[in-house]
Design a binder for this molecule. Structure first.
Ligand SMILES: Cc1cc2nc3c(=O)[nH]c(=O)nc-3n(C[C@H](O)[C@H](O)[C@H](O)COP(=O)(O)OP(=O)(O)OC[C@H]3O[C@@H](n4cnc5c(N)ncnc54)[C@H](O)[C@@H]3O)c2cc1C
Length: 387
């Protein structure tokens, strides 16, 4: 079998790339390790998509239910500092859109179903005839020839391991806890809140809820592991939730199971090795505090497709070194900047030193009063400045 592009990983990013390339008549085959999805429930996990990501999905006619946000309030839990980011500040209707992870993943997976091989993974990649074609061996024993192998297989990427590319990673020693709540009437469904506190970074956002009867919202709460020592996640949440309720003036009733994830980051020094390309979480992962992980994955996928489609339309080989290098050059610096900015926020708001606390309060108030700095952050968060 012969196909121009093999995509390892049928997650959101891998499937999006396949859908977009198909629109431009470029065939791809997705190799997905897990079995065919059977669970079509909405689930608990949400994703915050910026305006740019949403427009990329709309172009591919992938429609999902959204909870749009036009204001984000960031507060210092131990002080009085706060910043309000408004969509009006940047002349947009909304800053971001909360969607259900499963709904988006399943819609994209459905669009790619006929070109996905489930329960399989790449075992080896062998370069044939001077870089032009690669022989890809799968775990089911079959062999496929491809020009490009796109690693979209997440933060433990198998393709990255095979490529021999090297990365830098670090642990945050934090756990992200996520769950759904029913909020009282004080919760405005267009506003997201984020509280930076010694009890963790606590984000509350509206979630898609067609009828809005239950006023449901989603919580993403990053907690230092030392605060969890000797406590179950349930005990920690039930004894600390009231702190954030009183800080925000909103009553929250837990309405789902509590999911938790260990937090770490990683970044590959190079995203390409010959015809192997790393995209999305396979190339980098960041702290979820600003909800940007999938957005920078989409920004990668956008540029990757732009370069490959551009080369294809000009009759240039799609795996030409310069084509893939351009993708790496256009994305690596931006991704690294995002990763470093997230790390700065995590460490700055994690420090209990009283001078740092004063600086935090002063910083939040100053940025809030300085229109152009605020607009700069808001434009980045909403995806207006391509991240
Ligand atoms: C608690 C939490 C909250 C988050 N919230 C947000 C948010 O609000 N907004 C946001 O932008 N981002 C958020 N993120 C980050 C976001 O979830 C990820 O960036 C995103 O899921 C990455 O997508 P991906 O397709 O690159 O990788 P993945 O979602 O990891 O998909 C990888 C796919 O590859 C498959 N696979 C794995 N190994 C192999 C293999 N060997 N062979 C073949 N297939 C394989 C997997 O089964 C999967 O289908 C959050 C993350 C966490 C932990």
């Amino acid at each position: 079998m012969n196909v121009p592009i093999i995509i390892s990983g049928g997650g959101i990013i891998g499937n999006y790339i396949s859908v977009r390339l198909k629109r431009h008549n470029i065939e791809s085959l997705i190799i997905e390790k897990s079995s065919e999805p059977q669970d079509f429930s909405a689930g608990i996990r949400t994703l915050t998509l910026n305006n740019h990501t949403l427009s990329l999905l709309q172009k591919e006619k992938i429609e999902v239910e959204t909870a749009p946000i036009d204001q984000i309030n960031a507060l210092d839990g131990e002080g009085t500092g706060r910043i309000k980011f408004l969509s009006d500040d940047i002349g947009e209707n909304f800053l971001s859109h909360v969607v259900m992870f499963n709904e988006l993943k399943n819609k994209l997976a459905k669009a790619c179903h006929e070109r996905t091989v489930f329960n399989n993974q790449i075992e080896s990649i062998q370069n044939l005839n001077q870089n032009d074609t690669n022989e890809v061996l799968l775990s089911n024993g079959s062999s496929i020839e491809a020009k490009i192998i796109a690693g979209c297989d997440g933060r433990k990427s198998n393709v990255a391991k095979i490529s021999g590319l090297s990365n830098k990673s670090s642990e945050y020693n934090q756990t992200a806890i996520t769950f759904i709540c029913k909020a009282d009437k004080n919760f405005d469904r267009k506003i997201a809140h984020q509280v930076f506190s010694e009890k963790g970074i606590f984000a509350v956002m509206p979630m898609p809820d067609r009828e809005s009867i239950d006023n449901r919202c989603t919580i993403v709460w990053s907690v230092n592991n030392k605060n969890l020592e000797g406590l179950s996640i349930n005990d920690f949440v039930s004894s600390n939730l009231s702190f954030f309720e009183s800080k925000l003036g909103i009553k929250l009733k837990i309405d789902s199971q509590l999911l938790n994830f260990q937090l770490s980051n990683h970044h590959f020094e190079n995203y390409i090795n010959n015809s192997i390309v790393l995209i999305g979480d396979a190339a980098h992962s960041i702290h979820p505090l600003a909800g940007q992980g999938i957005n920078i994955g989409f920004a990668d996928a956008d540029i990757f497709c732009e370069e490959v489609v551009g080369a294809y339309n000009k009759g240039i080989a799609i795996n030409e070194a310069a084509v893939l290098k351009k993708y790496e050059i256009r994305r690596k610096g931006m991704n690294l900047l995002m990763l470093k900015s997230m790390d700065f926020f995590v460490y700055f708001f994690n420090d209990n030193n009283s001078y740092i606390r004063l600086l935090r309060n002063w910083g939040l108030k100053t940025v809030n009063k300085t229109g152009f700095i605020k607009a700069f952050f808001t434009r980045h968060a909403s995806g207006l400045n391509k991240i």
